[in-house]
Design a protein. Structure first.
Length: 349
């Protein structure tokens, strides 16, 4: 039995305060796996807690991104199946392997997103692959449009007659909607105002490694490793190779061996043994007969029970007053009052 540790429970519930507190505890195993092979990173990625996933990637130096569960799925595959786009972006920019496949169906994370109908996640994969480097987080990034100076020079070089003819031509031409041109003015405006491409995010949040911006497929060191506050355990066996902040990619040192079914000859030879021997039922699988149960008469419980342990219904004050009033009327010989419903019926008739 491999139960969940405290970090996994915090990732499952979304308690980010506990996740940040446990990062300072040296006895917490961030790569601990439960009965299904899930780690804390897999649980947070599958649940969609992008803040917890980012904190695990940045402040847990011994974290292994490419660990797999018992089915051979990684954290990136689980996030893609559930359509957690922010977790997918965080894992890819932290160095998750996009080409890794599961041993059963041989599909990557992007193919799993398409197979499970996660259209927005598929678009996120395409957008990150088109611009894999977030250059907005580096010191050398400039938010100005590169083609602006050249276009301004061309407009200034035009004569008045050329400008007038272009205006007249634009008045009698029809424009149809089309996709923005790559590296055009609209494309540049979208890049500088949305998501990771926003320069406002880059200016408000200075990264600890500005000379090497995040990039898809590039393994990055955690904050304690960059600040030389983490000393790796030499006895611990890591499943992933060392990463570099300068962008040097290293391949993982472990190999997953997929399941190989037995050949037809071995199946044919082992058929008599499987028919005559059974580890669960040595004498063969027992036959179970289904019969209808006889009807049981429900015994009615008496209203008044003499047992002192049973709970009794509470008696309210208005009930006691009503009963006392009835007793006095019966003792005096007065006739019973007719109910309002009977009077209404007689009036209608």
């Amino acid at each position: 039995m491999f139960p969940k540790n405290g970090l996994m429970v915090a990732c499952y519930k979304g308690f980010i305060d506990i996740v940040t507190g446990l990062s300072k505890c040296p006895y917490v195993n961030v790569n601990h796996q439960d009965n299904d092979g899930n780690t804390a990173l897999m649980i947070a990625s599958q649940a969609g807690f992008s803040a917890i996933v980012t904190y695990l990637l940045n402040y847990y130096p011994a974290l292994e991104i490419e660990m797999r569960d018992h089915r051979g799925l990684t954290a990136l595959m689980k996030a893609a199946m559930q359509g957690k786009n922010d977790c997918v972006s965080a894992l890819l920019l932290a160095g998750a392997d996009l080409t890794a496949v599961d041993p059963l169906k041989k599909k990557t994370a992007q193919e799993w997103a398409t197979l499970t109908g996660r259209f927005e996640t598929t678009l996120r994969f395409r957008a990150l692959l088109q611009r894999p480097c977030a250059e907005q987080f580096s010191n050398k990034y400039s938010p100005e449009w590169p083609a602006l100076s050249e276009l301004v020079a061309q407009e200034l070089a035009k004569s008045r007659t050329q400008c007038l003819s272009e205006k007249i031509r634009a008045m009698f031409t029809f424009t149809f909607p089309h996709d923005p041109e790559p590296d055009g003015v609209l494309d540049h405006m979208v890049r500088t105002t949305t998501c990771l491409a926003s320069p406002f995010v880059a200016t408000a949040c200075q990264t600890v490694c500005p000379d090497s911006p995040p990039e898809v497929g590039k393994h990055r060191l955690s904050v304690p490793e960059i600040l030389n506050e983490y000393t790796p355990d030499p006895d611990a066996k890591s499943m992933v190779g060392e990463s570099s902040c300068n962008g040097q990619l290293t391949e993982p040192t472990w190999v997953l061996v997929p399941y190989r079914p037995r050949s037809t000859i071995m199946k044919f030879l082992s058929l008599p043994l499987r028919l005559h021997s059974n580890s669960v039922y040595p004498g063969g699988i027992p036959k179970i007969k289904l019969t209808k149960s006889p009807a049981q008469n429900a015994e009615k419980l008496p209203k008044s029970s003499s047992c002192q342990n049973t709970l009794k219904l509470p008696r309210w004050r208005y009930q006691e007053v009503r009963e006392e009033k009835k007793k006095t009327e019966e003792a005096a010989g007065k006739p019973k009052k007719k109910s309002k419903k009977k009077k209404r019926r007689k009036g209608k008739s």
